[in-house]
Design a binder for this molecule. Sequence first.
Ligand SMILES: NC(=O)c1ccc[n+]([C@@H]2O[C@H](COP(=O)([O-])OP(=O)(O)OC[C@H]3O[C@@H](n4cnc5c(N)ncnc54)[C@H](O)[C@@H]3O)[C@@H](O)[C@H]2O)c1
Length: 266
Amino acid sequence: MDCLGVIGYGQMGSMLVNGFLTSGVLQIDEVVVSSKSKRSLDACAAAWPGIGIAATNAELARRCRTVIIAVRPQEIMTVLREIVPVMDGDEHIVSLAAGVGLADLEAAFTGSVTRVVPTVTSAVGQGTTLICHGRQIGMNDALRVEGIFSSIGDVVLVEEDELPAATLLSSCGPGLLAAIIEELAGATARASGLSPDQTLVLATGMVTATAAYLRETGEAPSDLIRRVATGGGITEVGVQELRQRLPGVFDEVFAAMLERHDAMGE
Ligand SMILES: NC(=O)c1ccc[n+]([C@@H]2O[C@H](COP(=O)([O-])OP(=O)(O)OC[C@H]3O[C@@H](n4cnc5c(N)ncnc54)[C@H](O)[C@@H]3O)[C@@H](O)[C@H]2O)c1
């Protein structure tokens, strides 16, 4: 059987296993997991009775044709040194490691390699997984991985030089937006008698509704702003302030994050 292995059962590894099995794109006997953390493996076995648990990464690599490596970027070369010697070379390695380039992955494994950048929001079937295939990829491997990730959200194929900034938006973005939601909720609580819990509900509902509105109507953000900001009214004051300050803030935020992104692969 063409099993799929997941090495590392942290935030991403567990989210992917849950998503693939819940969506039904993979059956329980098609998935094998290994992890350094015994506690997370026990949690996996308890959550998914019948799932394959490998005692070592090398054992997982022997059992699987598609291997997703979901460890931190600093750990991926160690994992590759463990698994590549036991592989035939016709397997497909899928790396989640942000900032670790195809050149380094293909230097370690000469077969099919793909970089995939998932997003935590796929836990609720929303958001975009970015996919960038390596030079040796065959059509079947490419389609299989794209199909598997399509089961947990949207998939967009990107070139490797597009990956860093696209990662910041689609994969780091939920963290950035959550920080903005916290600030909106906090400012509302400070300016009103509402509790932080109440304002968080209001802020989250407003952000969800705004994203749904833009998606469903196809309007540009500037069109929506025109609808909300009644001439001489309240919104235009806030939008003006934000338009003055935010471009600089976001350019600085992106510059700092891109610097860290590029350093991850070193
Ligand atoms: N968290 C995200 O939103 C996100 C999004 C896109 C990509 N990624 C990438 O996914 C990868 C995993 O991120 P995460 O947030 O799940 O990290 P995490 O720390 O939550 O999980 C890492 C897991 O790897 C295990 N591990 C560590 N060394 C190992 C080894 N040698 N062999 C087997 N297992 C080992 C750990 O025990 C842990 O379970 C990273 O490379 C990250 O860049 C994360």
